[in-house]
Design a protein around this ligand. Structure first.
Ligand code: MG
Length: 256
């Protein structure tokens, strides 16, 4: 009976938050609220890699770090080996040399088999250097739901937990529409994010409340229309491969 209740509750949570254009309410949940329901587990199947389409900009193909620097502009010093790059803990976050606004982003990642809670493979993809899709080992590793893998950190847990075990390659496919600002710097239109984790819809057209922060949800702050993508160094050796983007602000551009 308890199991049945949990299933019904889970279905209710999913239906309440997955409709097009609907914004799940944050009213009932404090930032990093441990009482927030854990998303139900869904097991991905099949292979998760994805070849870049003809108009993709390749940010990492496993052979070099030329598209990346550290955030201070220094050359990227993460470990490059066997077709992937790995965070050199403490070396610093990476940023793409190119800047983007609206994008479709594909990225594959694998967490180490170590640590617990927020210290198990923590990293993150920061769209526009500002809005984080969390990377974490969330396979048999519970944390606050708005900080688990595929959460929009500090704001929205994923609809389901589609995590694979540590050391296995996982993927995100992210569609990000940037915020727009008025001439006076006020917000005209918030950022909207959709995320597939291992091919499974986990964030459905979500309106972000503002920039990512820890233990707070700050309001939007004026920024450029295009900014680098960041990969977070959170002191754990998380791995990345096969990173590509399609620039949706110039989506008519194609090489056939
Ligand atoms: Mg993170």
């Amino acid at each position: 009976m308890i199991k049945l209740t949990i299933i019904f509750l889970s279905i209710a949570v999913i239906s309440a938050s997955s409709g097009f254009g609907q914004v799940p309410s944050l009213d009932d949940w404090d930032v990093h609220d441990l009482d927030r329901p854990q998303p139900p587990i869904v097991s991905p199947r099949g292979h998760l890699t994805s070849s870049p389409p003809s108009d993709a900009i390749i940010l990492f193909d496993g052979t070099n770090l030329e598209e990346w620097t550290h955030t201070n502009g220094a050359p990227a010093t993460w470990v490059l080996t066997d077709g992937y790059m790995e965070v050199a803990p403490g070396s610093g976050t990476l940023q793409s040399k190119r800047s983007f606004g609206d994008v479709q982003l594909h990225i594959e990642w694998a967490t180490p088999n170590s640590g617990t809670g927020q210290d198990s493979g923590n990293s993150g993809v920061y769209l526009m250097s500002t809005y984080e899709v969390q990377i974490l080992n969330s396979y048999s590793n519970q944390t606050y739901p708005d900080g688990q893998a595929a959460s929009l950190y500090g704001q929205y847990p994923p609809l389901v937990n589609a995590s694979l075990p540590p050391l296995e390659w996982q993927s995100y496919d992210i569609i990000f529409r940037r915020p727009h600002f008025n001439d006076d710097g006020s917000l005209k239109r918030p950022a909207i994010v959709t995320v597939l984790h291992n091919g499974i819809l986990v964030q459905d057209n979500i309106v972000l409340t503002g920039p990512t922060d820890h233990r707070s949800r700050p309001p939007y702050r004026l920024h450029d229309d295009k900014l680098p993508i960041l990969l977070q160094d959170h002191n754990e050796p998380t791995r990345f491969r096969n990173i590509w983007v399609r620039d949706l602000e110039n989506s008519s551009t194609t090489d056939g």
